[in-house]
Design a protein around this ligand. Structure first.
Ligand code: ATP
Length: 304
């Protein structure tokens, strides 16, 4: 098969997949370098329609780079991205209309009101004034921000600003919402409110890709997670399966100035081990395994 026929067959394949499968996003072998830094070394993943998928990784792993490529802010060196079977990299306008991006850093206009921030965004996306008004009304309701519509953004708390940032990205009805560290810097109480808000958005049918390094956030919100380290995705699964594979129960033992954790698949095994350890050590805790344990396990194996 010649080169062009191969490309044509591949395009048709992705087009058909977009129609017959429930896959919303397909990312294939994405590479990105910044000078000598290899930020992405060929990552691939898929997200189903309506799914909430989380990219988890330490600082500098490549999470933001992935979202910036998907939102069209950066171009990859190579790779392919299909949204509902259509190439994103070759259809910039399609990408712009189908994707909503919420950056990590608040880029709202602080001196404008809540409504004015939404209006400017709507105009940038070529929405009619009527559509902007209608959509703003719905989204302000959803975000419980209706009574603050005339307030200047600088008068809002961090949590409300974050909610405004999220609804601004939803104004043009995107099918895929990208959230880069949606709760970074927020206190635990506000963080929980944002989690409920994100779940509400998903329940309305939006497919969501979020990045976070808060493991609890991913465990609570995500249907599936992918661990990304140094520009590579090393594993993808549901939070429950990741935890099951490691073990359901953990015992933390503190000795020699360090915490040592052992994992067990059954309560009986853990209780038996606890009896043995308690004869040797004083500082012992038995607890449930969390996604944070999985992350730490992966991080230590990557650093070895
Ligand atoms: P964080 O959690 O700290 O935001 P991240 O997982 O989002 O990290 P990226 O921001 O994607 O990671 O960065 C991946 C790598 O690429 C890092 O080594 C980073 O320093 C580098 N990098 C990112 N953007 C640029 C840029 N514009 N110029 C040069 N290097 C960059």
């Amino acid at each position: 098969m010649c080169f062009f026929t191969k490309i044509l067959v591949r395009r048709i394949f992705h087009f058909i997949i977009g129609f017959v499968s429930d896959i919303a996003l397909q990312v294939r072998n994405l590479h990105k370098t910044y000078g000598k830094i290899k930020a992405l070394k060929g990552i691939s993943f898929e997200i189903s329609m309506g799914e909430l998928f989380a990219l988890l990784g330490p600082n500098g792993a490549g999470k933001t780079t992935t979202l910036r490529i998907l939102s069209g802010l950066t171009t990859p060196d190579s790779g392919e991205i299909f949204l509902f079977g259509k190439s994103l990299l070759k259809n910039e306008i399609y990408a712009k209309t189908k994707i909503g991006f919420v950056p990590q850093h608040l880029n709202l206009d602080l001196d404008l009101t809540v409504e004015e921030n939404l209006l400017i965004h709507g105009l940038l996306y070529n929405l009619s004034l009527r559509e902007i008004r209608k959509r703003s009304f719905q989204l302000l309701e959803l975000a419980s921000l209706s009574d603050r519509r005339k307030a200047k953004v600088k008068e809002l708390s961090g949590g409300l600003r974050r909610r405004l940032l999220i609804i601004r990205a939803l104004l043009h009805h995107p099918a895929l919402l990208l959230l880069d560290e949606p709760t970074v810097g927020l206190d635990p109480h506000i963080r929980r409110k944002i989690w409920s808000f994100i779940k509400q958005i998903q329940a309305k049918g939006t497919t969501i890709l979020l990045t976070t390094h808060y493991m609890e956030e991913a465990e609570i919100l995500a249907d599936r997670v992918a661990f990304i380290f140094s520009g590579n995705i090393i594993d993808t699964d549901t939070p429950t399966n990741f935890i099951k594979k490691l073990g359901q129960i953990a015992i933390d033992i503190f000795f020699d100035g360090e915490m040592h954790t052992k994992y067990f698949h059954s309560k009986e095994e853990a209780e038996k081990a606890l009896l043995e350890y308690s004869q040797k050590y004083n500082a012992i805790t038995l607890r449930k395994v969390s996604l944070e344990d999985v992350f730490i396990k992966y991080t230590s194996s990557q650093n070895q």
